[in-house]
Design a protein around this ligand. Structure first.
Ligand SMILES: NC(=O)c1ccc[n+]([C@@H]2O[C@H](COP(=O)([O-])OP(=O)(O)OC[C@H]3O[C@@H](n4cnc5c(N)ncnc54)[C@H](OP(=O)(O)O)[C@@H]3O)[C@@H](O)[C@H]2O)c1
Length: 252
């Protein structure tokens, strides 16, 4: 039985709790978030208050929460699945540092569909190379704080890797929201915040006289919750390391 701690009890934390009964190998030992959710005696306001044994933590919070969690998991030998987006480089470094001691899987999108989309983007970008300009469009609910979305940035990074380049080199100091000019094929983003849209991403490869579009639409927030729990089931059996959804699903 895997003793599970959930960090963050917002939209995602609640869906993970709702889906947990279908996963027989987890026992929920605690919930950590800033404010107390209703109807629970498992809540703690901070990780420092946790005194029970924990095998795995699932984190859906904000970047400062994820940084704290990475340090706590490293110190306490706890495996970590994090889906928090908007992470700065130092937050990712904290996750990678923890991954030297414990298994860590971070993914800006934990749905199976986006994991597959990512793999298709890599294939298309490698085949089309610098001939194609790339446009990544995303739409999310109005509560989302980061833009472009973590998924859009991850798809952009994958597309650049497909071309044998790194996204950071292409972006330089430019604003992400602007057209990014590159010597070989441009990359643009557009972000829309609208109503309660769960998450839509499309990536369009523009060639002279034709376009190829790959698209994913999340219809239910539970795809991320189920993905997080399935990824967690897989992660508890892994050695310390920094894993992606491609590692979990064997898509590499
Ligand atoms: N990877 C994926 O598949 C995926 C899917 C959906 C969303 N996300 C990402 O997951 C994150 C959470 O999304 P959400 O929709 O659940 O957000 P949300 O509804 O705003 O919930 C965030 C939760 O985190 C808590 N929190 C914030 N800062 C914290 C800290 N420093 N320490 C402890 N708890 C903290 C909040 O507590 P209070 O309410 O008390 O402030 C709240 O319970 C976002 O980054 C979002 O983009 C990822």
């Amino acid at each position: 039985m895997t003793r599970l701690l959930i960090h963050g009890t917002g939209r995602m934390g609640r869906r993970i709790q709702a889906r947990l009964p279908a996963f027989n190998n987890f026992t929920l030992v605690g919930l950590v978030s800033k404010s107390k959710p209703e109807d629970t005696n498992l809540w703690s306001p901070a990780l420092a208050d946790i005194d029970q044994d924990v095998d795995l933590l699932i984190d859906f919070t904000l970047p400062d929460g994820t940084r704290t969690v990475a340090q706590w998991c490293e110190q306490n030998g706890v495996a970590l699945v994090s889906g928090t987006t908007g992470l700065a480089e130092e937050d990712k470094l904290a996750l990678k540092k923890a991954a030297r001691k414990v298994p860590v899987l971070w993914a800006p999108n934990l749905s199976f569909g986006v994991a597959l989309l990512d793999s298709l983007v890599r294939q298309a970008a490698a085949a089309l190379g610098s001939e194609a300009d790339i446009h990544i469009a995303e739409t999310h609910h109005v509560h989302k704080v980061d833009a472009p979305s973590g998924t859009a940035l991850a798809l952009a990074a994958t597309a650049m890797e497909g071309r044998g380049k790194r996204l950071e080199e292409l972006l330089g100091s430019k604003d992400l929201g602007d057209l990014v000019e590159a010597e070989d094929g441009g990359l643009t983003f557009s972000s829309v915040r609208e109503g309660e849209v769960i998450g839509e991403h499309s990536i369009t490869f523009r060639l002279a006289g034709e376009e190829i579009e790959l698209r994913h639409k999340a219809l239910d927030r539970d795809v991320f919750a189920i993905g997080a729990l399935k990824a967690a089931e897989w992660l508890v059996g892994q050695k310390p390391g920094y894993y992606s959804t491609s590692d979990w699903l064997g898509l590499n």
